[in-house]
Design a binder for this molecule. Structure first.
Ligand code: GRF
Length: 187
């Protein structure tokens, strides 16, 4: 199987990146992590790129030419697929056009519910019954592209934001690899 060259965008912890790195070691997993892009030079996730010898690029979204830097590097590393995993910036419409239906994101809620930030505190405030995660295609609308996979759990009375995050991330570590397998099943 020819693995798709994939770039993972991160901003923070990078636990989903780490999980994808492990999965991609399997010959049958459809992607290879060929590049990591971070907009945060202090992101812990960069340490995984270093440890596993994956090229990484730091971008400064305050610089006017940062979009160009992204596009040039995606070209340089022959990137065919993009995975946003905790990337806290909006992706430009130009990038979305260039990678039509080849950018996915993992979001910590059952979309279309709770788009955007602070999902867990809003869920608790609204006394939601269920929480979960969604892997979806990225389009021009924030957290708005069509869903590929969702995984849910019932919220317990004792769940606080931290516990919800832990439970959600546990599901994310299954959802993201499953979504990638699903996408490339028919290729
Ligand atoms: C994940 O929970 C994801 O749903 C959200 O940001 C978090 C990133 O976590 N978009 P990590 O950086 O992969 O540990």
């Amino acid at each position: 199987m020819v693995k798709k060259n994939t770039c993972v965008f991160i901003s923070g912890q990078g636990s989903n990146l780490r999980n994808l790195i492990f999965h991609s070691r399997d010959d049958k997993f459809p992607i290879k992590i060929s590049l990591v892009i971070s907009n945060n030079k202090k992101a812990f996730g960069i340490s995984y790129a270093k440890k596993y010898k994956i090229p990484f690029i730091l971008i400064n979204t305050g610089n006017q030419d940062y979009e160009n830097k992204i596009l040039l590097n995606l070209k340089k590393y022959k990137i065919e697929f993009i995975c946003l995993a905790g990337y806290m910036k909006i992706i430009s419409s130009n990038l979305i056009k260039n990678f039509n239906n080849r950018i996915i994101n993992i979001h910590p809620s059952l979309l279309p519910k709770f788009k955007g930030l602070n999902t867990f505190s809003r869920m608790l405030k609204k006394k939601e019954v269920k929480a979960g995660c969604t892997v979806h295609y990225v389009n021009e609308k924030l957290d708005g592209g069509s869903a590929i996979i969702q995984k849910a759990f019932f919220i317990d009375v004792n769940d606080d934001e931290q516990i919800l995050k832990k439970k959600t991330q546990k599901l994310e570590y299954r959802a993201l690899p499953e979504a990638i397998i699903k996408i490339f099943r028919n290729f």
